[in-house]
Write a new protein. Structure first.
Length: 317
């Protein structure tokens, strides 16, 4: 009996070892975002969908504890130490993170998304053309304000490339018109501060008749602040991304329109492309290192169709 028991234990241990070894054989890939926001839920869904098609990989999406470059770098260093083979990151501040990104890029396959870091060792950027998205927002501004006016912008990270490029895109489009972008206020991805920035603007700049939310949560905070102040429909709102409050505002007409990205594709296609790269297929990497996922304008003419497709993709009725 003891011999049979010993044999049984040996078999169990062997199976356990084989299972552990198989799990350890899987390459680990991470999608690292720039801060906590509902915007990233779509990317998380994309990563999950990619995981179902990549059984040889463990995929995860990571949120830094705080939207700060140092904290994001520490998170990526931890991932490198944990044996991750690839990281896709939306850099909080590419300029201050350049040295760290170069160091990390020498240890893992490094890709960027959302906010690029082109002067680093990243392999490719997979995401929107933020300049083009800014130009589309500028088109919405001009359409909403044919007689001109003064706009205030609101954004999370003033130093991030995605913010600067969107702002520059708006400025380029409205140049020569009667519309002026007076200033842009940052909030460091602090949504309480984001709303307070809008409230402070209403007090300090009563001449403002247009507000632009450059990050996904900025537009909902603009909507809420204006509604509470009784200014909804009196000040034009132009947004970015597809927060439910933003889409609801577009549908009811209180928000002129929003420029939407495709974070689901960043997560889905980005993880699959990273896996291909690690397997030796580099043919998909563009010569300029930019794989652009198009953005589009959502207004009253197409908001219902877009919202229905979004809910379908997210598995909601």
């Amino acid at each position: 009996m003891k011999r049979f028991a010993s044999t049984g234990i040996a078999v169990v241990l062997a199976l356990a070892f084989a299972t552990t070894a198989h799990a350890e054989d899987k390459k680990k890939l991470a999608f690292v975002v720039n801060g906590a926001s509902d915007f990233w839920k779509a990317a998380e869904a994309g990563v999950k969908a990619a995981a179902a098609e990549l059984p040889k990989y463990d995929l995860t999406l990571k949120y830094p504890e705080q939207s700060a470059a140092a904290i994001q770098i520490r998170l990526m260093d931890d991932l490198v130490a944990a044996g991750y083979a690839g990281i896709m990151v939306s850099a909080v501040d590419p300029k201050t993170e350049s040295d760290a990104l170069n160091r990390i890029g020498k240890q893992v396959a490094l890709f960027t998304t959302d906010s690029d870091a082109p002067k680093t060792s990243r392999i490719a950027y997979i995401g929107s053309s933020n300049t083009d998205a800014g130009k589309q927002a500028g088109e919405l501004v001009l359409k909403a304000m044919p007689n001109g006016g003064k706009c205030m912008g609101f954004v999370g990270l003033l130093g991030a490339d995605n913010a600067k490029e969107r702002i520059d895109g708006v400025k380029e489009t409205i140049k020569g018109s009667k519309v002026e972008l007076v200033d842009v206020r940052g909030d460091d991805i602090d949504q309480t501060r984001a709303k307070r920035n809008v409230e402070d603007t209403l007090t300090a700049h009563p001449e403002i008749d247009c507000m632009i939310g450059f990050y996904s949560y900025n537009t909902p905070r603009i909507y809420e602040a204006l509604k509470e102040a009784g200014k909804l429909n009196k000040i034009k709102i132009i947004g970015f991304d597809e927060d439910p409050i933003t889409l609801g505002g577009v549908k009811e007409g209180s928000i002129s329109g929003t420029v939407v990205q495709q974070p689901y594709e960043w997560g889905y296609q980005g993880m699959k492309d990273m896996a291909k790269y690690l397997e030796g297929d580099k043919s998909w990497v563009p010569g300029n290192g930019l794989l652009i996922v198009p953005t589009k304008i959502i207004d009253t003419s197409n908001v219902d169709a877009f919202w229905a497709e979004l809910k379908k993709r997210q598995g909601k009725s």
